[in-house]
Design a protein around this ligand. Structure first.
Ligand SMILES: [Zn+2]
Length: 227
């Protein structure tokens, strides 16, 4: 099953997979993009299109009313918030992928915790829940770097990882925490936050995900690898 078919499957049962408690509590409603047919959740009744390009262009350049944070301040604000909410802050891992024989470089924070042996993957988390400021290297967009203004060969992915056992949590709390970060720490107005229904397929696991956008920019992707 390809990604689009899988997303259609999850979206056909959206109440089971995507409808987290926060949506009801905060009055987010489900809509279907009039341009591309993607499904999304918003508290803005007048919104017609999904928050992803090409349906929405960046709306923050030269037009920000929020407090400016530099690179390090952003990480420190996020770290403080998650540590205050019971997460361990873990140092970043090497950019060379140690335990993924199919990868040279760490392309996402989840790679830190995957252990592959004999083609089978297991996960090894040093803490639960945790956050990690992981430097990632990706070279698949290299020809666009310096041209599009939005492609890079490296970036820091702030990984929020949690196993839903007795010390961890699952989607309701995850989205509540992420929403709290956006609204309380960054002061982003609720109306500007849009969650898009999506799927994630990784090594040995897959699941549904809620990508969240503000003014056309993806700020995070909450992935729930239930399968
Ligand atoms: Zn759209």
């Amino acid at each position: 099953m390809d990604k689009i078919a899988l997303r259609d499957k999850f979206s056909s049962e959206y109440a089971k997979y995507y409808q987290v408690n926060l949506f009801e509590k905060e009055g987010f409603i489900r809509k279907n993009c009039s341009n591309c047919n993607n499904n999304f959740w918003t508290s803005d009744n007048s919104r017609l299109t999904c928050p992803e390009q090409p349906c929405e262009q960046y709306g923050f350049i030269g037009n920000s009313s929020l407090k400016k944070l530099d690179y390090a301040e952003s990480w420190m604000a996020i770290e403080k918030y998650f540590v205050n909410h019971g997460h361990a802050s873990v140092s970043r891992y090497p950019v060379v992928a140690r335990w993924r024989p199919d990868l040279y470089f760490t392309i996402a924070s989840i790679v830190n915790f995957q252990r592959i042996e004999g083609g089978k993957v297991s996960f090894e988390f040093p803490e639960n829940p945790l956050i990690v400021p992981q430097m990632c290297l990706r070279f698949n967009d290299i020809e666009n770097v310096g041209i599009s203004g939005k492609h890079f060969t490296s970036f820091v992915m702030i990984g929020q990882h949690c196993v839903a056992n007795n010390t961890g949590y699952w989607k309701d709390k995850c989205i509540e925490l992420d929403y709290g970060l956006l609204t309380q720490v960054f002061g982003i107005p609720k109306k500007e936050i849009v969650f898009k229904e999506d799927v994630w397929i990784g090594y040995g696991a897959f699941g549904y995900s809620l990508e969240y956008f503000v003014r056309g920019l993806e700020l995070g992707n909450a992935v729930f690898t239930e399968f």
